[in-house]
Write a protein that binds this ligand. Sequence first.
Ligand SMILES: [Zn+2]
Length: 278
Amino acid sequence: MDKKLLRDVFVEVGGKIAEPLVDILDSKKYLNEFLVAKKLDLPINQTRNILYRISEHGLVSSTRKKDKKKGWFTYSWKIEELKSLDFLKSLLNKRLNQIQNQIKNRESREFYVCERCHVEFNEENALLHDFMCPECGSVLTLKDNTKLLKEMKKNLSGFEEVMKNVESEISTGQAMEAKKIRAKEAAEKREKSKKRAAAKEAREREKAKAGKTAEKSSAKKSVAKTSPKTAKRSAARKATVKSAKSSKTSKTSKKSASKTVKKATKASKSKSSSRTKN
Ligand SMILES: [Zn+2]
């Protein structure tokens, strides 16, 4: 980033007093207003006035933070490079137009001058005074604009050069901004898919765990020496309670309840059969 361009625009908007802000403020991190005031060596109110003035044109932006003890807000500021450049571009456009108009004017019209008073008259005014100086009465002479035109054109090409720089800085800035946005989006995408994968893994772990505890609890039941009949009954009771709870009697819950009963019966049957074998 060309700091000279930034200086130009800061001075244009905030006056000479705003110029050091270009070096004090950052374009990435916000700087507390009290630190800015200290670095500018100005009272805080004056510092704020300058910052507000240039912020109206988007050259700087702020965030505010509430002081929990005192209850007031303190502001922090940073430079908005791209907006500053955009603003400078519009200023330059105006100036370029002015100079171009002046050149056109000089090239297409005649001007008269009083050599003694060094006063200039356009054609209409010279005619109005009969080509005589209204101050000293000398005869007006036709002005040779060659030198002036040369100067104006030099001035114009200078501004055009600055404009080129501004435009290239803007396009680099925009490209960087776009790159940042793309990188951010890619990072967000990666983060999302990471989270999704983690959630899926957690679900699967949860499932596996649930399966294990079910095995354990059935193993415990067999240890508790419940008679197959009571096991059957209690399972059936549990199932009915469950289906009642899940209520509004959905068919699926009923089905699953009967399934649980069947499972319980099966389990108790196999247990009893294994016991009889022993
Ligand atoms: Zn004169």
